[in-house]
Design a protein around this ligand. Structure first.
Ligand code: MN
Length: 362
């Protein structure tokens, strides 16, 4: 067993019944006053700068942030890379991604136990998470979690492993994640979760085809990972990569793109189950898109690898300017006594809400 494997094994015992374990739990909490102060400081800074501060050199930042954005040969130790996906630990794409990144850094695989495609940014709060050690097809050790891609990233970044990560890579998803797909994508949400936790990340997806081959996507993943480690990302930024279903020879290279517009062809299929009860299934043909040059969709259609910079600031800039001009007077006189009574849950329910939120905080 290598030193790394040993380290991973000891990490599984977390939280340990020592004084240290207690301290760790405090560190992981969300209500430390210095964290609140730091958040307030960040928010003030962001008021002045629409696009945030660089991760590198952030005041009081953790080691992984300070190490960002250097040529790989200038790193004192190998970068630590967390690999996850939404297709599940048993998918072929995650092994392809792990193997593509092995030459670059110390790769740790944590992924959902089952396929979690299109779960979006789901976070599990109402039940415990179980983690299992797994043997991947290449013989290496990985971990599965009975939760979402976001849960997998949370485990990795909130202390399941002893050491932090320098990069999170999510994929290789089987099926493209273009334009509006990002709002559904578990693959991209995993990268978003990393960015929320101040760890640079990218998502990579392979265009659907009947005979899937992750060769080109593996090459692209290695290139993207090197670039992010060498150049760094800023607060709120991630990179979304889509790879066309072609061989490396047929590929027209990499194009930096913006998000395009998806055209969904969803249909509501209504049928009757064997017990005579109706059920509904959201089906229909796969989505198409609008092929505007410069978009991710256009690049993929034209056999180029699409690399899209994404920012978590979803603020609508036009509306931000326009909304102050709308009428915002609050019509308090319009609330009837009946409305008011319905809006306020009875005392018994208030108690239940309080109890539930207590449980969630624990
Ligand atoms: Mn998927």
């Amino acid at each position: 067993m290598s030193a790394t494997q040993r380290r991973r094994r000891t990490a599984v015992g977390l939280p340990r019944p020592t004084r240290d374990a207690g301290r760790r739990v405090t560190e992981l909490g969300h209500d430390r006053p210095e964290m609140a102060r730091e958040r307030a400081r960040t928010e003030r800074r962001d008021l002045d700068k629409e696009r945030g501060e660089p991760l590198a050199g952030a005041r009081g930042g953790k080691r992984r942030l300070k190490r960002m954005g250097r040529p790989l040969d200038a790193w004192s130790t190998r970068p630590r890379i967390l690999v996850t996906n939404d297709d599940g630990i048993e998918s072929h794409g995650i092994v392809a991604l792990k193997r593509a990144l092995d030459p670059i850094g110390e790769v740790v695989v944590v992924a959902p136990e089952s396929n979690q495609s299109a779960v979006g940014h789901q976070k599990t709060l109402s039940r415990p998470l179980r983690v299992r050690e797994r043997t991947l097809p290449d013989g290496s050790v990985g971990y599965s979690v009975d939760g979402s891609p976001t849960d997998a990233v949370s485990l990795g970044l909130l202390g399941f492993f002893e050491e932090p990560f320098d990069l999170v890579a999510s994929g290789i998803n089987y099926g493209a994640n273009l334009g509006d797909d990002l709002t559904y994508s578990g693959t991209v949400s995993a990268a978003m979760e990393a960015v929320i936790n101040s760890t640079p990340a990218f998502a990579i997806s392979q265009e659907y085809s009947e005979r899937v081959d992750f060769t080109l996507a593996g090459i692209a993943a290695a290139r993207v990972a090197r670039n992010i480690l060498e150049h760094g990302l800023r607060r709120g930024e991630l990179v979304n990569v889509n790879v066309p279903a072609v061989s490396p020879d047929e590929c027209g290279g990499i194009e930096v793109t913006r998000l395009g517009k998806r055209v969904y062809q969803d249909q509501l299929i209504g049928r009757v189950d064997p017990r005579g009860l109706p059920y509904y299934w959201i089906g229909g043909p796969p989505p198409s898109g609008i092929g505007l040059p410069g978009t991710d969709f256009h690049a993929i259609v034209n056999r180029r690898i699409s690399v899209t910079p994404v920012h978590l600031d979803l603020t609508g800039r036009r509306l931000l300017r326009e909304l102050p001009g709308w009428d915002w007077a609050l019509d308090t006189a319009a609330v009837s006594e009946e409305d008011a009574a319905v809006a306020r849950p009875p005392a018994t329910e208030q108690e239940r809400f309080a109890e539930e939120s207590q449980l969630e905080r624990r």
